[in-house]
Design a protein around this ligand. Structure first.
Ligand SMILES: [Zn+2]
Length: 298
C-alpha cells in the first residue's frame, strides 16, 4: 500500500498491480445515484437498469486518461420497450435518463435485456478535446449491462476486463463496483500489443476478483483501499485517489438563455407558447426551464 486513502464513498479508488499488468478501479456511490433516480420515478426494472448503468458509467469514466473528455454509454433499441438509456461521465459528474414506451413495457414477456432492448445495441463513446471522438458498439445480447460492457472491452478494445457490482436498498440506494483490466504491456496509455491467447497473470487476478461480493462493495463502513487489500494482499498494490463522483449536468438557465438568444427573433417567436415563454426541458434532470421572451426583445 503506497498511500493512505480512506475513501469509503462517492470517490473512485485507482489501483495498479504492476507485476501482473493489471489496473483496477473501485467505486461506491449513493448521493449522486439517488439524486438522479429520484427525479425520474421509473418503474423498478427500469430504475435498476439505470442504476447499474450509472454505476458502470462512474467506474468506466474513471479510466479516462487524465480525466480528459467525456464518456457516454448509450443503450438503444427500435423494437424493445426501452428505446434509449443514456448515461454520461465528465470529470466525475454522472447523469442519465431512460426513454421507454409504457404500453410495450407493460406487455413485455419477461425482464431480460433481450426483451426490453429487443434487437438493441450498446454504444460507448469517448470524446476528447485532443484525440477527437471514438465509438465502439456491441449488441445487447447478454444477461446484464455489466456483461455487455465486459464484452465491449473484450471485443472493441481487446482489453480483458472483469467487473463485479453490488446494489442495495430500495428507495434509497447504495451501489458499488470493482473493475479490473489486463493491460498486456503493463502501462496505461501506451500502444497495446496484440493480445495473447493465454494470460496466466490475468486469469489469476480475474479469479481473485471474483471473490469480491456485492455486499462488501455496498458496505460504506469498509474503506475502498481495504477492499483492494483484502483481494490482493499477496500482491504489490499501488493505490491512488481518483475523481469524486457527483451528479453532473450542464443545464442551467443562463446557458439556455444564451443559446436561445442566438436564434433570430422570428424563430424565437415561433418557439414560444401563448404565454410568451419558451419551454426547454432537460431530460437528464427531468426539469423544464421556462424562458420568457420579454427580456430578449431589448
Ligand atoms: Zn440537466
Amino acid at each position: 500500500m503506497s498511500e493512505q486513502s480512506d475513501i469509503a464513498i462517492n470517490q473512485v479508488l485507482h489501483f495498479t498491480l504492476s507485476s501482473r499488468d493489471v489496473r483496477g478501479r473501485i467505486v461506491r456511490i449513493d448521493e449522486a445515484l439517488n439524486a438522479i433516480i429520484s427525479v425520474h420515478n421509473y418503474p423498478p426494472l427500469i430504475e435498476s437498469l439505470l442504476t447499474e448503468t450509472l454505476l458502470l458509467t462512474a467506474i468506466i469514466g474513471s479510466t479516462l486518461k487524465n480525466e480528459d473528455g467525456q464518456m457516454t454509454i448509450q443503450a438503444q433499441s427500435r423494437n424493445g420497450a426501452i428505446s434509449l438509456l443514456v448515461c454520461d461521465y465528465s470529470k466525475g459528474g454522472i447523469r442519465g435518463y431512460v426513454q421507454f414506451d409504457q404500453e410495450r413495457f407493460d406487455k413485455r414477456n419477461d425482464d431480460s435485456l433481450e426483451t426490453v432492448f429487443a434487437d438493441g445495441y450498446l454504444a460507448i463513446t469517448i470524446d476528447r478535446a485532443q484525440q477527437g471522438r471514438y465509438q465502439g458498439i456491441v449488441p445487447l445480447d447478454r444477461v446484464s449491462m455489466t456483461d455487455c460492457i465486459e464484452h465491449y472491452f473484450e471485443q472493441s478494445e481487446q482489453l480483458p476486463t472483469k467487473i463485479i457490482i453490488g446494489v442495495k436498498g430500495d428507495r434509497r440506494k447504495i451501489a458499488g463496483a470493482l473493475l479490473v483490466q489486463h493491460l498486456p504491456d503493463g502501462e496505461d496509455g501506451k500502444e497495446r500489443l496484440h493480445v495473447r491467447l493465454d494470460h496466466p497473470e490475468w486469469e489469476h487476478v480475474k479469479i481473485l476478483s471474483q471473490s469480491m461480493s456485492g455486499d462488501e462493495l455496498c458496505d460504506a463502513n469498509i474503506p475502498l483501499e481495504e477492499l483492494a487489500w483484502r483481494l490482493f494482499h499477496e500482491e504489490e498494490v499501488r493505490i491512488e485517489k481518483g475523481a469524486v463522483i457527483s451528479k453532473g449536468c450542464r443545464c442551467n438557465e443562463t446557458h439556455i438563455r444564451d443559446v436561445i438568444a442566438k436564434f433570430p427573433d422570428s424563430e424565437r417567436q415561433e418557439m414560444a407558447n401563448d404565454e410568451g415563454q419558451i419551454v426547454v426541458d432537460c431530460k437528464f434532470c427531468s426539469k423544464d426551464f421556462l424562458i420568457s421572451l420579454a427580456p430578449m426583445e431589448n
